[in-house]
Structures are given as structure tokens and as C-alpha cells.
Design a binder for this molecule. Structure first.
Ligand code: COA
Ligand code: ZN
Length: 332
């Protein structure tokens, strides 16, 4: 697809993966009840999300907010056409996820040595060895695997990670036969030209490997990065309802690309996201009651661009006065 064509959706399908229930809720200080989590996932299913990262099967000490992963995964209503995925750090997590009938395992490691040590307490090579075992476990159970690579567009502690190094990690996982890779901009360091080039290089090298982009809006560039990667052929994005999210082990991390902001923009441009936008916005509107604070979403605040406002009080008088002053002024 040429760079110009990205402005015209022309019905092209874009797939949205909701990560608010994992990347979002893992950051929330107040525990969201299991019942509320299930209701939230069900509302997101009804809104038409392609994939939902329901929870994480990690150590409950590391991420207490998601300690109820099994119950949530077992009790959600499963909509045909939606993939229910979960983050898994090790074989123990994979076994828990498979037991709870998770539809896809999302594995995670960082392409930055420093961030990987902070987040997963392991060197990258150690993580890779662990994930090889996880992939073998998943393949035995015939559960698809996606690998999310953190800090692909920069590490908040190390700085830029060379593109060749990022792609070398992709190659290692491609060689193990995983179904998809997510290139994550964990702390909002990505910028459009960088994202375009990375996406182009990925697509050229692995045309058949699933590619997802995961942006954070930390520096206001998430939507620009989505469009830049679409111009290079990307069609699947992680995003978070309300713009929730962040990584507790990455300094300066803040909200994910906001699902309703991205869907709102893409639908206006003529893309098919498969999503019921009013239902999505209504779901976002219920978040503050759930988590006890406002969400970063601009759409939650401003509404759809065609949610019109009434004219101000006294508008008729304003118009009449204007007409009385210049009754027949011709237009230039
Ligand atoms: N599910 C449940 N419990 C788990 C687990 C899993 N997948 N993996 C490890 N544990 C438990 C162990 O049983 C152990 O419990 P104990 O202290 O009661 O004996 C404890 O967690 C520590 O286990 P250990 O193997 O020593 O791991 P660690 O302390 O080196 O931590 C991780 C490694 C990866 C398991 C842990 O740091 C983690 O889960 N991190 C989550 C990171 C994350 O989700 N970040 C945000 C997303 S990017
Ligand atoms: Zn993230």
C-alpha cells in the first residue's frame, strides 16, 4: 500500500486488540472485583473487539491486581470471532492459562537487557530459554502463541534499541514457529518515521507472520504511530479502553493508545474496525466508577465529533440582532 492511500480507508479491515483488562488493570492501585472484570470483558466482546487480552497468568506477588486470572478467563462469555488471550511469563503461567481455556498465549520479553531485568528479573537470553519451553508447552496443547517484545522503539533506561537487534529477536521467535509478534512501544518513545521503517522492514522479511503494533500515548504520538505503521502495511493494533495502562517496571510509562480514540479516527477515515463505537464509548464511560478516577481518553471527555452541542441561550436574539444590523449584506 502506498503512503498516500492510508488516508482513505475504503473499507479496509483493521483489527483491534483490547489490552485494557491486562495492560490497563495491572497498573490500577484499587483492586477491580472479579465480577466487574468479567462484566468489562463481556462488554468489550459485545462491542466487537477482535482480540481481548483478558488477564495475565503471572506471579500474584508481582501483579496482585490480576491474581484472579483463572476465574475471569473461565467465566467470561466467549463471542465467536473474538480471540481471548492472556499474558504468560513462564511455563507455570502457560499451564494455568491452558487449564483456564485461554485461546492464545501472549509471551513477553524485552529487547532491552535493562528493561528485561527490571520487568522479568532475567537476562534476555534467560528469558528466551524460558519462552522456548513455554512455546513447546503451548504447541503440545495446540494453543497459538504470540510474542510481545517490549521496548522495540526505545528503552527508557538504555535509549534506542537498534532496529537490527529488534528484528534479530523477531527472527529467533519466527524460527520457533510462533503465530504472531507484537512490537511494543512500552513507554511511548516511538515516532512515526521510525515506526513506518520498522513495519516496512518486518513486512518485507516476514510477510506471513502476524504483526501487531502496541503503542503508548505517553508523548501524544500513539495515533500518529498507528497511521504511520498502517501506511507500511500494518493492520492489527493493541489499544486500551479509556487509554488505561502502563508498565509498572518501566519508569515513565503511561497510558496505552486509547481504543475508542483510534476506532473513532479510523471509522471516520472509512476503515472497517468491526467495532460498535457507541457501545465502546459507553463502556469507557463506565470506567471511572470501576477504577475510582478519570481516564485519559479524549473521546470519553469530548464524545464523538458529531455529538453536537445545543446553541447557547439567547441564540435567536443574537441572530435577529445580526440580521437587523446587516439585513441584506451580499456574500463576497
Ligand atoms: N503464576 C503464579 N505464580 C508464579 C508464576 C506464575 N506464572 N511464576 C512464578 N510464580 C510465583 C512462584 O511460585 C514464586 O512464589 P513463592 O514466592 O510463593 O514461592 C514467586 O512467584 C517467585 O517465583 P520465581 O520463579 O522466583 O520468579 P521471580 O521472582 O524471578 O519472578 C516472574 C519472575 C516473571 C514470574 C515475575 O517477575 C512475574 O510474574 N512478573 C510479571 C511481570 C509483568 O507482568 N509485568 C508487566 C507486564 S509487561
Ligand atoms: Zn504496554
Amino acid at each position: 500500500m502506498s503512503s498516500q492511500a492510508v488516508w482513505q480507508g475504503a473499507g479496509r479491515r483493521i483489527f483491534m486488540n483490547e489490552v485494557g483488562t491486562r495492560d490497563g488493570l495491572q497498573m490500577e492501585p484499587a483492586f477491580v472485583s472479579t465480577e466487574d472484570k468479567i462484566a468489562l470483558v463481556n462488554a468489550l466482546s459485545d462491542a466487537g473487539l477482535s482480540k481481548i487480552e483478558v488477564t495475565a497468568f503471572v506471579s500474584p506477588t508481582a501483579i496482585a491486581a490480576l491474581r484472579d486470572g483463572e476465574i475471569v478467563m473461565r467465566e467470561i462469555a466467549r463471542r465467536p470471532g473474538t480471540v481471548y488471550t492472556a499474558l504468560v511469563p513462564n511455563v507455570r503461567g502457560a499451564e494455568r492459562a491452558i487449564e483456564a481455556r485461554t485461546g492464545e498465549l501472549n509471551l513477553v520479553m524485552s529487547v532491552s537487557e535493562t528493561h528485561n531485568l527490571c520487568n522479568l528479573r532475567m537476562q534476555r537470553a534467560q528469558s528466551f530459554a524460558v519462552l522456548q519451553q513455554v512455546i513447546a508447552t503451548a504447541q503440545q496443547a495446540r494453543v497459538p502463541v504470540n510474542v510481545s517484545l517490549s521496548c522495540c522503539f526505545g528503552c527508557p533506561m538504555e535509549g534506542d534499541v537498534p532496529q537490527a537487534e529488534v528484528l534479530a529477536w523477531v527472527q529467533r521467535f519466527a524460527d520457533l514457529g510462533v503465530q504472531g509478534i507484537t512490537l511494543c512501544d512500552t513507554t511511548g518513545m516511538a515516532y512515526p518515521s521510525q515506526v513506518h521503517e520498522m513495519t516496512r522492514a518486518f513486512k518485507a522479511r516476514w510477510p506471513a507472520l502476524g504483526l501487531t503494533l502496541h503503542f503508548h500515548n505517553t508523548r501524544g504520538m500513539a495515533l500518529a504511530n498507528v497511521l504511520a505503521s498502517m501506511a507500511a502495511g500494518a493492520d492489527r493494533f493493541d489499544a486500551s479502553i479509556g487509554g488505561l495502562g502502563g508498565c509498572p517496571y518501566a519508569p515513565g510509562a503511561s497510558g496505552n493508545a486509547c481504543t475508542e480514540e483510534i476506532v473513532h479516527a479510523l471509522q471516520l477515515m472509512g476503515y472497517d474496525t468491526g467495532i460498535d463505537l457507541p457501545a465502546l464509548i459507553a463502556t469507557a464511560a463506565r470506567l471511572p466508577a470501576l477504577i475510582g478516577h478519570e481516564v485519559p481518553s479524549q473521546i470519553a471527555r469530548a464524545g464523538h465529533r458529531l455529538d453536537l452541542h445545543p446553541v447557547p441561550a439567547g441564540f435567536d436574539a443574537i441572530r435577529e440582532r445580526a440580521l437587523a444590523r446587516q439585513p441584506s449584506l451580499p456574500y463576497p
